[in-house]
Design a binder for this molecule. Structure first.
Ligand SMILES: NC(=O)c1ccc[n+]([C@@H]2O[C@H](COP(=O)([O-])OP(=O)(O)OC[C@H]3O[C@@H](n4cnc5c(N)ncnc54)[C@H](OP(=O)(O)O)[C@@H]3O)[C@@H](O)[C@H]2O)c1
Length: 284
């Protein structure tokens, strides 16, 4: 692919907009489509200077590569929409999805004539050097990897199987978001049983950093919990595919579902409010 070619970014969310900005920094054009997207995505894309298209068809006609960075639960549908246009360039899925979902997506886009590259992003939105890595795998990685090594983003060819990048992302998130869900569940359980103060007193004696960790976990994750639900289901599916226990991750998905009402909230809620929301959202 030439540096002069354009990449279609689906979609400029919190993470996606920073990937697009890194591409622009490397001299690659970035286009996006405003169809069905919210005002927040419009604002991000405009501020970043991406080219706006009013249809997916027009965007893809002028793009050599698609980069899918969307909620994991929307990744398959996004691929189907792209395949419906007969897009025949390179399709990079950089979402937190299981290897089996990645294979399903590769089959969808390749049936329409595209080439699939698998990706997984680890780190916060790519704003500072050294924080954010885009892991890539698959036969066509060498065609696109140089595009993603600008700005704050570091692209790494992980090698291995076609879906190794997704597998790595799942294992990473299994710990980071799985342990966060466990801690939130413990906090909610203690609140339900009226032993919150006693638990924090015991933690202060025996596991000193856990109270502050629970506080940070609640504040950082509440607004993104709706998206983590889908990611936890993907990890459960991967565990099941390897004949490993998977109910833990299904339960983590349920935990995050209890917090889905925080979607779009700008101000991080306090721990006590988050735990109360979990208890109030329980099925009776
Ligand atoms: N944020 C992070 O720190 C982070 C870190 C590592 C990996 N990632 C990965 O990056 C991906 C996207 O994360 P993000 O932080 O950019 O999420 P985000 O801020 O929620 O943005 C997601 C983008 O996808 C769009 N979208 C929402 N619902 C959609 C649907 N049903 N179909 C298609 N598009 C939809 C959103 O548009 P509207 O809201 O305007 O509809 C938005 O533009 C995920 O796979 C995530 O696992 C994120």
């Amino acid at each position: 692919m030439n540096m002069a070619d354009q990449i279609a970014l689906l979609h400029p969310g919190e993470m996606g907009v920073t990937i697009g900005a890194c591409l622009l920094a490397g001299g690659v054009g970035v286009g996006w489509t405003s169809i069905e997207r919210s005002e927040a995505t419009h604002r991000r894309a405009s501020a970043a200077g991406f080219k706006t298209y009013d249809t997916l068809e027009k965007l893809l006609t002028e793009s050599a590569v698609v980069v899918s960075v969307c909620p994991p639960a929307a990744a398959v549908n996004t691929a189907k929409e792209v395949a419906a246009t007969q897009f025949n360039g390179i399709y990079l899925d950089a979402n937190a999805i299981s290897p089996n979902t990645a294979i399903a997506i590769s089959e969808v886009v390749e049936a329409a004539g595209a080439s699939y590259v698998d990706g997984g992003i680890i780190g916060p939105p790519a704003l500072r050097q050294g924080t954010t890595r885009l892991y890539l795998s698959g036969a066509r990685v060498s065609n696109i990897i140089e595009l993603f090594n600008y700005g704050a983003l570091e692209a790494i060819d992980i090698g291995g199987s076609q879906t190794a990048a997704s597998a790595l992302k799942m294992c990473y998130a299994a710990w980071s978001k799985g342990s966060a869900a466990l801690l939130l569940s413990v906090g909610a359980l203690a609140k339900a049983a009226n032993v919150t103060d006693a638990l924090h007193d015991e933690w202060a004696l025996s596991i000193p950093d856990l109270s502050s960790r629970l506080q940070r976990t609640a504040q950082r994750n509440a607004a993104k919990a709706w998206r983590f639900e889908g990611e936890m289901h993907e990890i459960a599916a991967m565990s099941k595919a390897h004949s490993l226990p998977h109910d833990f991750f299904s339960a983590a998905a349920e935990t995050y579902a209890l917090l889905s009402s925080y979607k779009g909230v700008d101000v991080p809620p306090e721990l006590d409010e988050v735990l109360r929301t979990m208890l109030d959202s329980r099925e009776n």
